[in-house]
Write a protein that binds this ligand. Structure first.
Ligand code: UDP
Ligand code: MG
Length: 315
C-alpha cells in the first residue's frame, strides 16, 4: 500500500445505503473542494450497501475522473470502511466525512484553511445535533465524558469522525494494527497539533441511520477497551472491597457461632444476600475481562479489516 502523494486533498466518504444522499452530497462536495483546489480525489467506500448506492457511485465515477470507489465485499462497518479509504488516499490532506449530509461539506473550507496554518488535525465539534433521538444524544453525551475521564490523553468530546487530517496522520493510522477500530480515539492518541471548529450538526438528508444500537454499543466498547484499562482496575478494586467486607462478615459469623446462640443458624436472608451480591460482582467482572479478551482474540487472529470486491483506484 505505497501511496505516492500527488494531490492536495482526498475526501473519504463511507457509504452504507445512502442512495438518496449521494447526488446532493457529491454536488456540494464537488463545489467546495474544487473551489479550494483542482488537485483532489473523492474516495467513496461502499460498505455493502443493499440499495442503489453502488450504481450511483459508478455513474459519478464515469462522469468525473476524480471519483474513486472501493466496493467492499460485504458490510464491514463504518470504521473499517473509513480505514479502507485511508489505506488508499494520496492526498496531502485527507477529509473524512459522513455520506448522509449530517456533516456540512461547506465546513471543509475553513477546516482546510486551519490545517494550512500548521495543524495536523482539524476536527469538527458538534455544538448541537438536530434530528437525532433523545436517547442517542443522551447516551453519546455520557459516553464521551466517561471515556474522557478514563483515558490518560484527551479524546475530544462531542466529536465524530468528520475532520481533516494531514498525510502524516493518515500514515500513522496505517501503522496502527488494531482490529477493533476507534478512529477518533486513535487520531487523538497519535498527537501532533490538533484543533477544532464548532458546527451545528444537521439531520440526515435522506435514508436512515446505519448505526443500530448493537453497532453503537460495540463501537463504544471498542473506544473504552482500546484506550483505557480503568474497567479492569475497577474489577480489582471491587475485588479488594468485597474481600474486605467478607473478612468482617467472617469475624461476625464466628462471633455468632460462639457467643450468640439465639441468632446462630438463622440468617438465611444475609446468606442469600451475600451469595447474590458476590455472584453479581463476579459475573460483571468476568464480563469486563471478556470484553478485553474478545478484542485480544480479534487482534491475535489478525484478519484483514475488509475485502475489496472491485475498485477503480489507479494501479
Ligand atoms: N456507514 C457505513 N457502514 C455502516 C454504517 C454506516 O459505512 O455499517 C456510513 C454511513 O453511510 C454514513 C456514516 O457511516 O456515511 C455514518 O453512519 P450513520 O449516518 O448511519 O450514523 P449516525 O450518523 O446515525 O451515527
Ligand atoms: Mg448520520
Amino acid at each position: 500500500m505505497d501511496t505516492q502523494i500527488i494531490i492536495d486533498i482526498s475526501v473519504i466518504v463511507p457509504i452504507y445505503n445512502e442512495e438518496g444522499n449521494l447526488l446532493p452530497l457529491y454536488e456540494r462536495l464537488k463545489k467546495v473542494i474544487s473551489d479550494i483546489t483542482p488537485s483532489h480525489e473523492f474516495i467513496f467506500v461502499n460498505d455493502g450497501s443493499s440499495d442503489r448506492s453502488m450504481e450511483i457511485i459508478k455513474s459519478l465515477a464515469e462522469a468525473d475522473a476524480k471519483v474513486r470507489y472501493i466496493n467492499l465485499s460485504r458490510n464491514f462497518g463504518h470504521q473499517n470502511a473509513v480505514s479502507a479509504g485511508i489505506d488508499y488516499t494520496k492526498g496531502e490532506a485527507v477529509v473524512i466525512i459522513d455520506g448522509d449530509l449530517q456533516d456540512p461539506p461547506e465546513l471543509i473550507a475553513p477546516m482546510y484553511e486551519k490545517l494550512q496554518r500548521g495543524y495536523e488535525v482539524v476536527y469538527a465539534k458538534r455544538k448541537s445535533r438536530e434530528g437525532e433521538s433523545f436517547m442517542k444524544k443522551f447516551t453519546a453525551k455520557i459516553f464521551y465524558r466517561l471515556l474522557a475521564r478514563m483515558t490518560s490523553f484527551s479524546i475530544p468530546v462531542d466529536t465524530g469522525d468528520f475532520r481533516i487530517i494531514h498525510r502524516k496522520v493518515a500514515e500513522a493510522l496505517r501503522r496502527m494494527p488494531e482490529t477493533n477500530k476507534f478512529l477518533r480515539g486513535q487520531i487523538a492518541w497519535i498527537g501532533y497539533k490538533q484543533t477544532f471548529i464548532e458546527y451545528e450538526r444537521a439531520k440526515r438528508h435522506a435514508g436512515k441511520t446505519g448505526y443500530t444500537y448493537k453497532k453503537m454499543i460495540s463501537f463504544a466498547l471498542n473506544g473504552i477497551t482500546g484506550f483505557s484499562n480503568v474497567p479492569i482496575k475497577f474489577v480489582t478494586l471491587t475485588g479488594f472491597f468485597v474481600s474486605g467486607v467478607a473478612f468482617f462478615m467472617i469475624l461476625y459469623s464466628f462471633y455468632v457461632r460462639y457467643y450468640d446462640p439465639i441468632n446462630y443458624e438463622r440468617g438465611w436472608a444475609s446468606l442469600m444476600t451475600g451469595i447474590m451480591f458476590l455472584g453479581g460482582v463476579q459475573l460483571i467482572s468476568i464480563g469486563i475481562l471478556g470484553e478485553y479478551i474478545s478484542r485480544i482474540n480479534n487482534d491475535v487472529r489478525k484478519r484483514p479489516l475488509y475485502f475489496i470486491q472491485e475498485h477503480n483506484l489507479e494501479d
